[in-house]
Design a protein around this ligand. Structure first.
Ligand code: SAM
Length: 373
């Protein structure tokens, strides 16, 4: 017999499923409508959830085929973030070893007022890879205190993180309006740029957030490409607040990506579970091991999944059989570590100037304000 807890979970899952369906409806053309289940909850226009057309970007299936048939094998980190992966990442942020979230939150707690005061107001807020947007609240508080109301435009590949994050923000802030884009960073930014001539609303200036050192997941060329896309949606004087994890000893870095509870291992392995769920894959997760390695030459922590034995894994919907040698790895993520000088050089190369850098008390993390030139 179902317990009260089970019934609650069933209702919760059913309600979330109907909302995600609504996002899919948006993909089918009815974009801009509030999700099903919420229209009476939010007055018109307060919540718009849109899934953008991926255009020419390869699908999950195409990227899995390409990544697992190349040598060495790779999977892109964007594919960690299905519903379960987004929840696992939120859990990683609560781990004692994952100092990045607490260090950045400390900076935002102490300096959100100052950060916001660096921009001419009123501003609209755009965020890349917002996730559950918990740290974003510190900036939303500061902006609302200054300008009374705010347009917030998060861009994330995770529909569930965007949907839950937006719901929670709207419940807290009556003067917030959210336009959430389920999209890759570049597609989301282009959509914002293309709608610029239609822009209504009171905010003339823009603050873009890219928090969590997520920029470190990109290689040097992709980093420059993405920051140029950001610069393209901005006018001179607008700004990007960029969170970057700073170089530090391996003895601190590795536990942040290989915690003793095994949450990061579960987060990494979930990409194989996602292939099983979505592409009829046959990965036996127990036959793969999570690895975190420091690559000093490239100043990055790498995550890999190592095959514990020689094996062949079928992926039925791709009609593929993937052979693995014992000890062979799939490279799933890079997390580059920076110096403040590298951030300044990146800014200069992409049409920005760093005007302020804030660090936490342990000097582990930097939040840099990049002003568009
Ligand atoms: C490392 S998490 C950071 C989340 C949050 N900003 C924080 O600081 O805790 C990266 C976030 O970016 C999203 N993401 C990853 N790759 C992306 C991509 N290519 N385009 C859009 N979002 C992406 C993920 O879904 C996830 O929410």
């Amino acid at each position: 017999m179902a317990s009260g807890f089970d019934r609650h979970m069933e209702r919760d899952i059913a309600s979330r499923a109907s909302k995600i369906d609504a996002i899919a409806d948006s993909a089918a053309g009815r974009v801009g409508e509030p999700p099903l289940g919420t229209p009476s909850r939010w007055p018109a226009g307060r919540l718009r959830l849109r899934r953008l057309d991926a255009g020419h970007r390869p699908s999950f299936a195409e990227d899995v085929r390409q990544g697992l048939t190349s040598s060495p094998k790779v999977l892109q980190p964007r594919y960690f973030y299905d519903d379960l992966g987004s929840l696992l990442f939120a859990t990683i942020c609560a781990l004692p070893e994952y100092y990045l979230t607490r260090a950045e939150a400390e900076i935002l707690h102490a300096h959100a007022g100052e950060i916001v005061a660096s921009l001419n107001g009123p501003v609209r807020l755009v965020e890349l890879g917002s996730g559950d947007a918990r740290k974003t609240r510190l900036l939303i508080d500061a902006l609302l205190a200054r300008q009374g109301r705010l347009d917030y435009m998060p861009i994330d590949v995770s529909a569930s993180a965007l949907e839950q994050g937006s719901e929670q923000l709207l419940s807290t802030y009556p003067n917030l309006r959210v336009t959430a884009l389920v999209a890759d960073y570049a597609e989301g930014l282009r959509s914002i740029r293309d709608q610029e001539p239609l822009r209504a609303g009171h905010a003339r200036n823009t603050l873009v957030l890219f928090l969590g050192s997520t920029v470190g997941n990109l290689g040097p060329e992709d980093r420059v490409g993405l920051l140029r896309e950001v610069r393209d949606v901005l006018r001179p004087g607008d700004a990007l607040l960029l969170g970057t994890d700073l170089k530090k000893p391996e003895s601190i870095l590795i536990p942040a990506y290989d915690d003793p509870l095994g949450v990061t291992a579960a987060f990494n392995l979930n990409v194989l579970a996602r292939i099983n769920r979505e592409l009829a894959g046959g990965f036996d997760l127990r036959q793969f091991r999570h690895l975190a390695r420091w690559n000093a030459g490239k100043s990055r922590v790498e995550m890999h999944l190592e095959s514990r034995r020689a094996q062949t894994v079928p992926i039925r919907s791709l009609d593929l059989e993937i052979p693995f040698e014992e000890g062979e790895t799939i490279h799933t993520e890079n997390s580059h570590k920076f110096t403040v000088e590298q951030v300044e050089a990146l800014a200069a190369e992409t049409g920005f100037k760093v005007t302020r850098v804030w660090q936490d008390s342990g000097r582990r993390f930097a939040s840099s304000l990049l002003v568009a030139r």
